[in-house]
Design a binder for this molecule. Structure first.
Ligand SMILES: Nc1ncnc2c1ncn2[C@@H]1O[C@H](COP(=O)(O)OP(=O)(O)OP(=O)(O)O)[C@@H](O)[C@H]1O
Ligand SMILES: [Mg+2]
Length: 381
């Protein structure tokens, strides 16, 4: 009988809930997944991110067994499931475009998967009620989907997955149809749910904040290739290449062409600015890969929050005179756009910063927070 509790012995079979090894998927001649390797430990919340069309839904579909793989191995709980039917994989999936049965009540919708598996009604009922209580929709069990709000419908779709207590949950942008406020509420509920159930989850989202807040592990994909796997902090602080640096974070990391000359282990950085004096910075402790190069052009990366109007004295921070091209107040922060070498760099200033568009002001560059990239390969130095 399915239950919302995981049996204790389940973790001892294999500590890996999921292993994807060398997975390729071709649709005709087009290869949309290229040598994908993904691991999931018991209780992991893996968030899969990447631009539209990079292969996220296809990967979930291969893991669920709805799409046949071209080559590679998928194992779940230590068992090779590559050629098994979806029903044999012990997975529950909430799709990008979830659809509820309009003629069924909430309770019938949630219990449908159990009914299909011939779980008798007396056993189904308490499981449906338990899932509904977790999602705080226990008062809605007799309603039809047409009489629910978007957020409530979303929770019913989640309930259909939760009622089953599978080895692995796959969520494909489950909050994409909700308004901003509901998304935030649901995000917190999902996090709480994960904590309570200790479930193993793969979750696809376009939302940066969702990715950072929910994930124990993030996988960044581009064009069918995994670019980086790591904790949210690793991905944010140490992106392996310019793609990941530019993709994660909103607003994203500023990436600027810079000329660097190394003298006595100090990097002297020059960045050209449009209609302005070049910006000159000095990094006293650059990474050894920068020291090895001695000089030449590099791409410098700095996050908006590492370019501030902070007046607190800090020896890591160099104050540079900048012309503020555009000023965008955003409540708790003010974003200032500065033109540099044909690109616009965004600085995140204090919400109460008294700055005006077209004015000059001192912007503090936190030199301990710089990233350097090879302009040819895009790789982090
Ligand atoms: N059945 C199919 N036949 C042919 N090509 C397909 C098929 N399904 C997906 N594709 C292609 O595979 C690529 C990956 O699609 P996929 O739906 O996995 O992207 P995604 O990362 O989920 O994008 P989104 O963020 O827009 O949902 C796309 O180029 C898509 O056009
Ligand atoms: Mg998709």
């Amino acid at each position: 009988m399915p239950s919302l509790q995981k049996p204790d012995n389940e973790t001892s079979i294999s500590s890996k809930i999921l292993e994807v090894r060398g997975l390729h998927k071709k649709f005709g001649e087009v290869e949309v997944l290229k040598n994908i390797n993904v691991d999931l430990d018991d209780g992991d919340f893996l968030v899969l991110v990447g631009p539209s069309g990079c292969g996220k839904s296809t990967l979930l579909s291969c893991i669920a067994g709805l799409t046949e793989t071209t080559s590679g191995v998928i194992s779940i709980g230590g068992d090779d499931v590559t050629t098994l039917d979806p029903a044999q994989r012990d997975i529950a999936m909430v799709f990008q475009s979830y659809a509820l049965f309009p003629n069924m009540t909430v309770a019938e919708n949630i219990g449908f998967g159990l009914e299909v598996r011939r779980v008798p009604l007396v056993e189904r009922k308490p499981l449906v009620e338990k899932a509904a209580a977790l999602l705080k929709i226990e008062d809605l069990l007799d309603r039809k989907p047409a009489h629910l709000s978007g957020g409530q419908r979303q929770r019913v779709a989640m309930g259909r997955a939760l009622v089953r207590d599978p080895k692995l949950f796959l969520f494909d942008e489950p909050l994409s149809n909700l308004d901003a406020k509901l998304r935030v509420t649901m995000r917190t509920e999902i996090k709480r749910l994960h904590k309570r159930l200790g479930a193993s989850i793969i979750y696809v989202t376009h939302d940066q904040i969702e990715a950072m807040t929910l994930a124990t592990k993030i996988v960044v994909m581009e064009d069918g290739v995994v670019q980086q796997t790591g904790t949210p902090r690793e991905i944010y602080n140490n992106p392996v290449n310019m793609f990941v640096a530019g993709f994660m974070g909103a607003p994203s990391m500023n990436l600027m062409q810079a000329d660097i000359v190394v003298k006595n282990d100090v990097a002297h950085i020059t960045i050209e600015r449009e209609n302005d004096q070049p910006l000159v910075l000095q990094d006293d402790a650059p990474p050894s890969a920068v020291l090895d190069r001695q000089n030449g052009s590099l791409v410098l990366g700095i996050r908006p929050e590492s370019m501030t109007d902070s007046t607190a004295p800090d020896k890591q921070v160099r104050i540079v005179d900048c012309l503020l091209d555009v000023v965008e107040p955003a409540g708790s922060d003010t974003y200032a756009v500065i033109k540099m070498g044909g690109i616009e760099a965004i600085a995140r200033l204090h919400g109460e910063a008294s700055v005006k568009q077209g004015e000059r002001t001192g912007i503090g560059f936190n030199m301990s927070r710089l990233s350097y990239f090879d302009p040819d390969t895009g790789l982090r130095l």
